[in-house]
Write a protein that binds this ligand. Structure first.
Ligand code: NAD
Length: 338
């Protein structure tokens, strides 16, 4: 848990629809009387220094100082010479866990109605360690790193998350039948940590079986913890189960700070047209409020979103409706019950 004295939050509106959906979040948070002050920071579309960074050092320091950040989508520059924003942020802020809750939302029709899952993805190593080279022409070695400290961090985070959020089960997803040492270390570490959380049911499941079960009967899972690549894929699969990326919140967590973000992109096709659905960024903000200890405001906003979606009168185009971003925002505000 982070300090609750300081409720200053860094806001990165980002690009494309980012500023519009950020404005919607600010308006809804103000209506719910959320006791935070936003500090706006920019993400650049061109490198701002020789290292190729797209973000100022002072913005990263602000996240470290205030402990909380909310980030809209950003346009990835085309070409070489820049450093991935996610890599810069992850390295400087040590955002080791990516958390994505996916819960069925009334009013959003999908083949599944009872989805309530959380994927917790190891975010610093595994297949995405960035270590690949050609051994000889035509043969590439791509190294998957699994280290005990990173496994312990993510496993402990998953169990702590389950405990704090009254979740009953944690499943460690792996392919240790084939990658006996690497994924073996991952599950052995999860198993060891699980003994400290006897109230939470712990199981292990091969990642291919997890995908089969998710598509057949997603209710069987609760909290799922996994290495980087599996988490990247399975978290999008779970977003699909509840209606897509426009509804899905996420958080990138370190031991001392966290940056919450919508998982969709900048939607250039509808940017500036007042058509974007702000739900994903809004629910990311709600996740942040709950982690900050602002449960009352978090639940009030979440309930207002659920009511607005299930009522179905003010749905944005991506959900088959005709409402503008501002119509939807007003409808959510109208449903806030403090
Ligand atoms: P996208 O998510 O921006 O758009 C895909 C489709 O989904 C589009 O039709 C878009 O209109 C729609 N959509 C997405 N979010 C929506 C919302 N909130 N409301 C309504 N409709 C929505 O994906 P893309 O087109 O592949 O990428 C566009 C840009 O975004 C690229 O520059 C890409 O690099 C960037 N991107 C950024 C992030 C991020 O910042 N985390 C993630 C993905 C893509």
């Amino acid at each position: 848990t982070f300090s609750q004295k300081n409720h200053k939050v860094v806001l990165f509106p980002g690009h494309g629809i980012g500023p519009e959906i950020s404005q919607a979040v600010c308006d809804i948070f103000a209506a719910a009387k959320v006791p935070i002050d936003w500090e706006h920071h920019e993400i650049y579309t061109k490198p701002i220094n020789e290292a190729g960074d797209l973000i100022k050092e002072e913005s990263l320091n602000a996240v470290i100082n205030y402990k909380w950040g909310l980030k809209g989508p950003f346009a990835t520059p085309i070409g070489k010479g820049y450093r991935s924003l996610n890599v810069t942020m992850r390295k400087k802020l040590n955002l080791f866990a990516n958390v994505r809750p996916c819960r069925s939302l009334a009013g959003v029709k999908t083949p599944y109605s009872n989805v309530d899952l959380v994927t917790i993805r190891e975010n610093t190593e595994g297949e995405y360690s960035g270590l690949e080279h050609a051994v000889v022409p035509g043969v590439v070695e791509n190294l998957k790193i699994i280290s005990q400290p990173a496994c312990e961090n993510i496993a402990r985070y998953a169990f702590e998350f389950a405990r704090k959020n009254n979740r009953k089960k944690v499943v460690a997803c792996h392919k240790a039948g084939v990658m006996k040492k690497g994924d073996g270390l991952f599950i052995n570490t999860c198993k060891k940590i699980s003994s400290e959380y006897p109230e939470i049911e712990y199981t292990e499941e091969q990642i291919d079986t997890v995908c089969m079960k998710l598509s057949k009967n997603p209710e069987v899972f609760d909290v799922m913890v996994m290495p980087n690549l599996y988490g990247d894929i399975v978290s999008d699969l779970c977003a699909g189960l509840i209606g897509g990326l426009g509804l899905t919140a996420s958080g990138n967590i370190s031991h001392t700070c966290a940056v919450y973000e919508a998982v969709h992109g900048t939607a250039p096709d509808i940017a500036g047209l007042n058509k974007a659905n702000p739900t994903a960024l809004l629910l990311s903000g709600v996740m942040m409020l709950k982690a900050m200890g602002l449960q009352k405001e978090g639940f009030a906003i979440e309930e207002a979103v659920i009511k607005t979606l299930s009522e179905g009168k003010f749905l944005t185009g991506d959900l088959g409706g005709k409402a503008t971003t501002t119509d939807y925002t007003k409808a959510v505000i109208g449903h806030i019950n403090l």
